[in-house]
Design a protein around this ligand. Structure first.
Ligand SMILES: Nc1ncnc2c1ncn2[C@@H]1O[C@H](COP(=O)(O)OP(=O)(O)OP(=O)(O)O)[C@@H](O)[C@H]1O
Ligand SMILES: [Mg+2]
Length: 496
């Protein structure tokens, strides 16, 4: 953060007069710019559409009359002379050629004086005429240190006003702050204030409450959802190709800074394609657990819900939230449901546009978000996903072979408190050719029901009976699976 502030200051001092600042926190941008202005002995101005142009950043600072209109506020820049002029959310007004031409004038004027125009917002786009004049900078989300300072400040302020009991050890405090990282400072302040107001104390029990409050803040959008990553890769049988791809990347994920210095970027993502019930979703979730990252799930069902509103905007906001919470694993299950190739025109092109937004986000995202996507329907998946560069690798998940089937049986027996050593696993694995992982799990569950009902232990015979009584889906889907394999042969890497 200090780096960004220094860089901003350097830009202003080097006479860059138009700066585009990417941020979701205009207040924080105001604070940063005010500090820079003070150091450079310049006035700081802040504009928003609802309020107009104000000199200074506190509410008691005077608002300059009749400056709510963007064009009038920009004209005022020329009259005021020098200064750092922060235009919050001006981006959307730049499509108006009149506003754009006022920006041009103001920028030209400032070039002869001192100061800059800073346009903040998230992903503002500049019209062609302005683009060559502007530099772009991202205000990083507040880091651990900033959140800790915020916590300390709030503790000081509330202690002065009320009897506040702070019973946090150093370690508790660090955990609490860790749970705030990813929020904006405003959001974090609301969360901390709530924790204080709740019982006039801050103690260990507040840590899970902070986590829950953060979850609430993230899930407000309705598109992203925190997902508990219950099992790691050791509970996924087979898929050794995928596992050995993931293993060396763990060190990168654990220390992305060091890895970058070494020339290694954060892994971008994988697409898992293949036969239903063979562990794609399971593996996607397990990656988060394996790498110790939070798992966020994008729920495509809400993406096109007209009651939730503008799909494209919601989607962009969800991606911003995902980036804010980085490093994370973003899980997009059943990718084809969100971005089917066929659903093009029926909805007035909305899904096409959302798809386009997603593709460019996949390519351009700056923060450490690992995308784990799955699909079992290649035919309806737009071809663009398969092109190089969208994902690091595309894995094909096939039916489990005999060794993987044995492992799946063991895993699911153990999960249900059954000792696999007491049954003939190799025989059962051999007898279940063509079974998916889900079907093998079902056989274990079915056997367990029947054993419980007759008051006996789960044995080989019961499991064998479950297996022989199951017609695996791969039988009825023979052709589709053959097609899938054929398709994957030269487009994907075997996950097994
Ligand atoms: N390789 C595996 N190892 C352990 N369990 C498995 C494996 N494959 C499947 N299972 C079991 O079957 C369940 C269903 O698997 P999963 O949901 O991951 O399948 P999928 O490949 O995502 O299928 P779909 O294409 O239908 O979404 C899992 O929750 C797990 O219990
Ligand atoms: Mg699945």
């Amino acid at each position: 953060m200090k780096d960004t502030e220094a860089e901003l200051e350097l830009l202003v001092r080097s006479k860059y007069t138009l700066i585009l600042l990417d941020t979701v926190e205009p207040e924080r941008a105001d604070a940063v710019l005010a500090a820079i202005a003070a150091r450079l002995s310049l006035f700081h101005y802040s504009w928003s559409r609802s309020r107009g142009l104000r000199r200074g950043i506190t509410n008691s600072d005077p608002v300059i009359e009749k400056t709510a209109e963007p064009a009038l506020a920009l004209a005022r820049v020329v009259e005021e002379g020098a200064g750092i002029f922060h235009f919050r959310g001006l981006g959307v007004h730049l499509e108006d050629p009149l506003v754009a031409s006022h920006v041009l004038d103001a920028v030209a004027h400032l070039a002869t004086r001192r100061g800059a125009i800073v346009i903040s917002g998230s992903r503002s786009h500049l019209p062609d005429a302005l683009r060559p004049l502007a530099v772009q900078l991202t205000l990083p989300v507040p880091d651990f240190a900033e959140h800790r300072r915020l916590l300390e400040r709030l503790i000081r302020e509330y202690s002065a006003r009320m009897p506040l009991k702070v019973e946090l050890t150093k370690e508790d405090e660090a955990r609490l702050v860790n749970n705030l990282v990813g929020l904006t400072l405003n959001e974090a302040e609301r969360v901390i204030t709530r924790l204080i107001m709740y019982d006039g104390a801050l103690r260990e029990g507040d840590i899970p409450r902070a986590a829950a409050a953060k979850r609430e803040a993230v899930e407000q959008d309705g598109l992203l959802e925190y997902h508990p990553a219950e099992s790691g890769l050791d509970e996924v049988a087979g898929l050794s190709g995928l596992k050995s791809w993931l293993a060396p990347r763990r060190a990168v994920v654990n220390d992305p800074q060091a890895a970058r210095a070494f020339g290694l970027g954060f892994p971008r993502g994988v697409l898992l394609l293949g036969v239903p019930g063979c562990g794609k979703s399971l593996a996607a979730k397990a990656i988060a657990r394996e790498w110790g990252l939070p798992l966020l799930k994008l729920d495509p069902a809400n993406l096109y819900d007209k009651y939730i509103g503008d799909s494209e905007k919601n989607f962009k906001r969800a991606m911003q939230t995902a980036e804010r919470l980085a490093p994370i694993v973003l899980w997009i299950d059943e990718l084809e449901k969100a971005f089917a190739a066929s659903s093009g025109e029926s909805d007035g092109g909305v899904s096409r546009r959302v798809f386009g937004t997603f593709l460019s986000w996949l390519q351009e995202r700056k923060r450490d978000v690992f995308v784990a996507a799955t699909s079992n329907d290649i035919a309806s998946l737009p071809a663009e996903f398969i092109r190089k560069g969208r994902f690091d690798e595309i894995f094909f998940v096939d039916l489990p072979d005999v060794a993987a089937r044995a492992e799946i049986l063991r895993i699911h027996m153990r999960k249900r408190k059954q000792d696999p050593a007491r049954v003939d696993i190799p025989a059962l694995a051999a007898a279940s050719e063509g079974f998916s992982g889900a079907e093998l799990e079902q056989a274990v569950v079915g056997g367990l029901y029947s054993a419980f009902a007759s008051g006996a232990a789960l044995d080989t015979a019961r499991l064998a009976k479950e297996i022989s009584g199951t017609r695996p889906l791969s039988g009825t889907m023979r052709e589709r699976i053959a097609e899938l394999r054929h398709w994957a042969a030269d487009r994907a890497v075997p996950a097994g």
